[in-house]
Design a protein around this ligand. Structure first.
Ligand code: 5GP
Length: 180
């Protein structure tokens, strides 16, 4: 599977170190609250699992699924809730956990929905940020790594549902998806 990568951007160890730092910062910033941590499926499940084990204050965890890329490497621009939360967000301090912020459309939509539902605050934590691709003005509040404008897989990120379980993150070889 690693043969399908053109390059590795961050190793398992580099990611683990950075996630630990971000977890510490979040624990400090949210010390007096019990935030509701919302994972955006499917991509965020790996990062969320690592991150919450580095947070040493009480948290609640829930998930949402939002449509984004489908099986393609290009954004459809269509954002829609596929799986909603099990708990109400009214009055809650919400921390949305994303795998990667790209155009920003998914997160700006999600943030608006959560604020409209009465969340006390909404902050965003992302494993990776690709600022060069931003279409909507939105910046993550916490970010592990800024990444270049390339199609990445691993650490939760997929191509056609593959590669999510790679412990590192890297650039997928273009010949793997050039037939699209
Ligand atoms: P946005 O709404 O910010 O354009 O899209 C965010 C979503 O697009 C991410 O949650 C992720 O599912 C997908 N995405 C964006 N960039 C990449 C990438 O480099 N690799 C993969 N596998 N998915 C990406």
């Amino acid at each position: 599977m690693l043969d399908d990568l053109e390059s590795i951007l961050f190793s398992r160890e580099q990611i683990a170190d950075r996630v630990q730092e971000v977890g510490r910062t979040i624990s400090r910033d949210y010390a007096s609250t019990q935030p509701l941590v919302i994972g955006v499926l499917k991509g965020a499940f790996v990062f969320l699992a690592d991150l919450v084990r580095r947070i040493d204050i009480p948290v609640e965890i829930d998930f949402m699924a939002i449509s984004s890329y489908g099986a393609s490497t290009k954004s459809s621009g269509v954002v829609k809730i596929i799986k909603d939360l099990d708990v109400p967000v009214e009055g809650r301090h919400v921390l949305v956990v994303e795998d990667i912020v790209d155009t920003g459309m998914t997160l700006s939509y999600l943030r608006d929905v959560l604020l409209r539902r009465g969340a006390a605050s909404v902050k965003i934590v992302t494993a990776f940020d690709k600022p060069a691709r931003r279409v909507v003005a939105i910046a993550p509040d916490y970010c592990c790594f800024e990444v270049p404008n390339a199609f990445l897989v691993g650490y939760g990120l997929d191509y056609s549902e593959r590669y999510r379980h790679l412990p590192c993150v890297g650039v997928l070889r273009p010949d793997i998806y050039s037939g699209e």
